[in-house]
Ligand binder design. Structure first.
Ligand code: FMN
Length: 305
């Protein structure tokens, strides 16, 4: 019987779909069915500043929205791939909406591999996904993270240019936005490892084998920055939600305040923040190494972040 893989994904610009296609570009002997999550209320691209920052509370508090009905082929799947992206350090609204919908019942009893297409901050999102997978009775067998290798501030600038102007290509002073083309082109090594694990009935070793091929790379400083970020987002999301839901006019003043503070935090306080993170890394080397190890792996610990 051929190997059957179901890919459930969302991709706004097509970057993540392109990544997944490359992961499976050399696994010709298996059958892959794709199932795209489509939100009923579409997210505009390019974004406006208002629509972009207005998403934060619903992302962070994991408030689902309606998605179009999903129909899965009636097959026995060896593995389900969940392809997703973080938005505001949390699973994107379309992915969270799927995970909380009746369609997520498909995950019950399934072996799941997550493929993340991010800027570089995905830790909290993955913790939330791990938690839901456990609730849905699925077993997480592997995780592969694609991220932008540029320095943090450069990747923020290029993602802003991409999100608000739709320009992904390199411009005079800034590189191309998103995951590097070279990393996407080399992604097929992961597909071969996945197929080998399924065919050899060795999914227990899968994540270890993926890690050997650098499926997850993580610097300790990013753990510190992400922890600080999500703590602030949690507070601000409640403050904004107290004035209404996504799109409501009454909350826009608070959304604007959030966007301004975030921009100050990122561009003005960022050098200080990066410096204090570096000092913390030096002082807490051992405990941070243990945290990096945890986030690179697929086990789940409540409130790890
Ligand atoms: C609203 C929004 C928020 C985002 N927040 C994050 C984030 O917190 N961490 C991160 O690494 N990337 C973040 N990104 C980048 C996305 O994870 C993703 O890499 C990019 O949007 C391309 O994904 P696509 O395949 O859906 O087009 C964000 C993007 C958007 C549109």
């Amino acid at each position: 019987m051929p190997t059957n893989i179901l890919v459930i994904y969302y991709s706004q610009t097509g970057q993540l779909k392109n990544i997944i296609d490359h992961v499976f570009s050399s696994t010709h002997s298996c059958n892959i069915d794709y199932c795209e999550i489509k939100p009923v209320k579409k997210f505009p691209f390019p974004w406006t500043s208002a629509t972009f920052f207005d998403c934060m509370p619903e992302c962070v508090q994991q408030i689902p929205e309606e998605i179009e009905p999903l129909v899965f082929p009636d097959k026995k799947y060896d593995v389900v791939i969940l392809g997703y992206q973080p938005w505001f350090l949390s699973p994107s609204i379309p992915i969270n909406s799927f995970l909380q919908s009746k369609y997520a019942e498909i995950l019950k009893g399934k072996e799941v591999i997550t493929i993340i297409g991010s800027r570089n901050m995905w830790l909290h999102a993955q913790e939330k996904v791990k938690e839901v997978l456990i609730k849905q009775g699925a077993k997480l067998r592997g995780n592969i993270v694609f991220f932008d290798r540029n320095p943090n501030l450069i990747s923020i600038l290029t993602v802003i240019r991409w999100s608000f102007k739709g320009i992904k290509e390199a411009t005079r002073y800034l590189p191309e936005a998103g995951v590097q083309q070279r990393d996407i082109e080399l992604a097929n090594r992961f597909g071969s490892i996945i197929l080998k694990a399924i065919e050899g009935n060795k999914l227990d070793d899968l994540h270890k084998n993926l890690l050997n091929e650098k499926s997850v790379e993580l610097s300790p400083a990013l753990v510190i920055l992400e922890k600080r970020g999500i703590a602030n987002f949690r507070k601000f999301s409640k403050y904004i939600l107290a004035k209404g839901n996504r799109g409501d006019a009454q909350r826009q003043a608070r959304v604007k305040l959030f966007s301004k503070l975030l921009i100050i935090g990122v561009f003005i306080l960022s050098p200080i923040s990066s410096l204090t993170a570096k000092i913390k890394v030096m002082l807490n080397k051992k405990s941070l190494e243990a945290e990096v190890d945890y986030f690179k792996n697929i086990t789940f610990k409540i409130k790890a972040i």
